[in-house]
Design a protein around this ligand. Structure first.
Ligand code: FAD
Length: 471
């Protein structure tokens, strides 16, 4: 009988344990991808992630075609699609790599359906270094503090060895068809906002491994020192590739095994695992505060105009605006700046972190069900092991410290590019002569600050006190 391998967030051939297991033997193999936009268990992908997925599925289809196979793409609630394809093809063994939290629950339901229909399922660990349930305290509890989590994770034992890609694949089932990739309509059309994404990225497994190689050859040594400077190409930019599973963290872990200088970089992969460890404990993390004292936080009444100014990079704070424009133009933002813009939204503007999380979800190519809400709650103060709410980033000082010569701001906020370095992070302090020389009229060519830093800081500290007193 034919077998089935179901691709999800593991769009790769390398280090794909479920795929390798499905390839044993000579039985024909059905390779399936399901685009599920229903509310049945996973979160509907945002716009930038849909753009990425299109490229990634295209790349995977080509890689499979070169091995004589076909990726069958279907659309609909995954539970129905998988059940139907198993009935249609007579598959008796189905394989996939495990997902967690809400997606893991959906998968358990699907496995139960298939078992009832006489199809056995086998699942594998593939997309994390440590699966969420594998790391527990001495008392058997999950962790809420990263350092304790990471120590315990490393004590649990060896990380599995990566598996090499299958050299040959069993044949496809003749006559089985799916939908053409274009029918999924994952790309924007009118307007086509994806030009900046196309310039910045190439989705797919081969680019993921090239990116890793060049990072390890040229940049990993300086990573710990330079990773906070957004103008430097110091980080790996592997996040969208990891998000869609075009490269496995286990492959990266082993590729850096003998590199002492990769310690810091590896611990970031640990944060990725920890975010999944948190999501497994709190599947509703994108909507619900991990610390419930924040349920009573007095967020400001929603103001579309202010939210829009943040989204479009028109707050008048250059480091914030540069970050938001980098996101809008390229689908990605540097980690340091993600923290600054998230702090600005939740503290300076007192806007509920969920609005920011949702905007990132729609605009990031690496929008991740665990990392994104985890990052937002970390900054907002409502998360596990979070930054305390009362630590409020000063956007001017953050800019001066991490973008000292203004190169990052100049790349994304060119209209103030001719200001001297001294003023680049606070154009409102430039003298009339400097503004004139730089060709800027503040409030016309570039906004005056949407809030005053000192007042905003006080207002948010008061809001925090109000929450504390109510608690
Ligand atoms: P590198 O520094 O090269 O790190 C390597 C990999 O480690 C990353 O690709 C990523 O998978 C993981 N990683 C690094 N930093 C973190 C972190 N702080 N938390 C969890 N994993 C990390 N990351 C996402 O992948 N998707 C998101 O949707 C996302 N949303 C975020 C939202 C906010 C508000 C914040 C503060 C952070 C968010 N992050 C998110 C984490 C981090 O900003 C990105 O993973 C990182 O900037 C990606 O760039 P890189 O691949 O060059 O990272």
């Amino acid at each position: 009988a034919p077998r089935l391998f179901w691709f999800r967030d593991d769009l790769r051939l390398d280090d794909n344990p479920g795929l390798v297991a499905a390839c044993e033997g000579k039985a024909p193999l059905v390779l399936l991808y399901v685009l599920d936009d229903s509310e049945d268990g996973t979160r509907r992908l945002g716009g930038a992630a849909r753009w990425w997925l299109h490229g990634s599925l295209g790349s995977l289809s080509r890689d499979l075609a070169a091995l004589g196979q076909t990726l069958i793409i279907r659309r609909g609630p995954a539970r129905d699609v998988v059940r139907d394809i198993v009935a249609e093809t007579g598959v008796r063994r189905a394989f996939w790599n495990r997902r967690y939290a809400f997606a893991g629950d959906l998968d358990s339901d699907i496995a139960a359906d298939l078992e009832k229909a006489g199809c056995a399922t086998e699942t594998f660990s593939a997309n994390l270094l440590f699966e969420p349930d594998a790391v527990r305290s001495g008392k058997g509890e999950p962790f809420r503090v990263y350092s304790a989590y990471w120590r315990a994770a490393q004590r649990t034992g060896e990380i599995r060895n990566p598996v090499t890609p299958p050299k040959a694949l069993p044949p496809p089932l003749p006559d089985l068809s799916g939908e053409p990739l274009d029918a999924l309509a994952l790309l924007p059309t009118d307007p086509d906002w994806a030009g900046g994404l196309r310039d910045a990225w190439q989705p797919g497994e081969s680019d993921a491994s090239e990116r890793l190689e060049s990072f390890l050859a040229d940049r990993v040594a300086a990573y710990a020192k330079r990773r906070d400077f957004p103008a430097d190409p110091a980080t790996s930019k592997l996040s969208p590739h990891l998000r869609f599973g075009e490269i496995s963290p286990v492959r990266i872990w082993h590729a850096t095994a003998d590199m002492r200088e990769a310690q810091k970089f590896r611990s970031e992969l640990g944060w990725r695992d920890f975010a999944w460890h948190a999501l497994a404990q709190a599947p509703d993390m994108a909507r619900t505060n991990l610390r419930d004292e924040f349920d009573g936080f007095p967020w400001a009444a929603p103001d579309e105009e202010i939210l829009r100014a943040w989204q479009m990079g028109r707050t008048g704070y250059p480091i914030v605006d540069a970050g938001m424009r980098q996101l809008w133009q390229t689908g990605w933002m540097h980690n340091r700046v993600r923290m600054v813009v998230a702090s600005f939204l939740t503290k300076h503007l007192l806007i509920d972190w969920r609005h920011g999380e949702q905007w990132f979800w729609d605009t990031l190519v690496d929008a991740d069900p665990a990392n994104n809400p985890f990052g937002w709650q970390w900054v907002a103060g409502s998360g596990f092991d979070a930054q305390p709410y009362f630590r409020i980033f000063n956007p001017v000082l953050q800019g001066q410290k991490f973008d000292p010569d203004g190169a990052y701001v100049r790349a994304f906020v060119p209209e103030i590019g001719d200001l001297p370095d001294r003023d680049i992070h606070k154009p409102w302090e430039a003298s009339p002569m400097e503004l004139k020389a730089a060709g800027i009229e503040l409030g016309v060519d570039y906004p005056t600050p949407i809030v005053d830093h000192r007042e905003a800081r006080e207002r948010s500290l008061e809001a925090y006190q109000e929450m504390r007193q109510a608690d």
